[in-house]
Design a protein around this ligand. Structure first.
Ligand SMILES: Nc1ncnc2c1ncn2[C@@H]1O[C@H](COP(=O)(O)OP(=O)(O)OP(=O)(O)O)[C@@H](O)[C@H]1O
Length: 267
């Protein structure tokens, strides 16, 4: 991480759905090249928070400062244009066309030959091959239709495409829920590689070992509030469990607020 301004800063974000207050005064930062695991029980508010970051939902109050300026995204397209995207396992890929076509969807390289636009297939394939190799992603043939690829391969294509087209902050909501052990391991490695290129990564997970394998920091949301914001090397699975549940941990559980002297009960 560098000393420059964080990639994203959330300041006192709150979100209500009618009488339900899903988020209350959420503040934290995500640095460039930082992997932040977002943890919390069912209904804690994680998905709502990720949607606010991506532009899928507008906060009821609070401030989103991204890449040096306050932002008011009103749709995921706004977030995407700014380089923020939620990557799903395969929802944004077209399964009936090949990897190259998916990578370039809407951005194809076309040259006019005798006045007729011609797709530059070889050139596009070379670009995709280079991007995949840089990320260590191996796909047997880039000319394979996506429908024949595994969930892990599809996810890697989406992530590599995101990075290639200038993405800066990627959001992953339970990215490995449908993947096997080996694919998950590769997915975690890919997250690290992406972050090492300066991209911010936020990923929601219920699986503690995944958070400890790849996250630089863990932000725990409990009942719509930040219950803890801890660096991986300064915490433990026990502490995270207690931050998630709010049960006392013999004085070991630190909650946000205690660090600057404010007493705050974990519960
Ligand atoms: N569109 C909505 N309308 C009304 N209430 C909502 C809406 N979206 C979320 N909520 C409520 O906001 C709270 C937070 O939900 P959210 O889905 O963000 O939690 P979560 O931490 O992602 O949970 P999970 O791990 O189960 O996905 C819950 O009480 C949920 O019922």
């Amino acid at each position: 991480m560098t000393t420059e301004a964080p990639l994203l800063r959330l300041e006192n974000i709150s979100k209500s759905f009618g009488a339900i207050q899903a988020l209350r005064d959420i503040s934290f930062e995500i640095g460039r090249g930082e992997v932040v695991a977002l943890l919390g029980d069912n209904g804690a508010g994680k998905s709502t928070l990720v949607k606010i970051i991506s532009g899928g939902l507008e906060p009821s109050s609070g401030k989103v400062v991204y890449d040096g300026a306050e932002r008011h995204f009103t749709s995921p397209a706004d977030g995407k244009a700014a380089g923020i995207e939620t990557v799903y396992q395969d929802l944004s890929l077209c399964t009936n066309v090949d990897v190259v076509a998916n990578f370039f969807m809407g951005r194809e390289i076309v040259k006019k030959v005798f006045g007729v636009p011609v797709l530059q297939e070889k050139e596009m394939e070379a670009v995709v091959a280079k991007a995949m190799a840089a990320a260590g992603t191996k796909i047997p043939s880039l000319r394979t239709n996506v429908e024949h690829l595994s969930g892990g391969q599809r996810q890697a294509i989406e992530l590599n495409r995101f990075v290639h087209w200038g993405g800066k902050l990627v959001l992953l909501d339970e990215p490995f829920a449908a993947l096997g052990v080996e694919q998950t391991r590769r997915g975690l490695e890919l997250i690290r590689r992406i972050a090492d290129q300066g991209i911010g990564v936020v990923f929601i997970t219920h699986i503690m070992s995944q958070a400890f394998q790849v996250a630089d920091r863990m932000v725990v949301i409990r009942q719509g509030k930040v219950a803890g914001d801890v660096r991986r090397e300064e915490t433990s699975p026990d502490e995270i469990v207690h931050l998630i549940t709010g049960e006392a941990l013999g004085g070991r559980a630190r909650t946000v607020g205690q660090e600057n002297g404010q007493a705050q009960h974990a519960g």
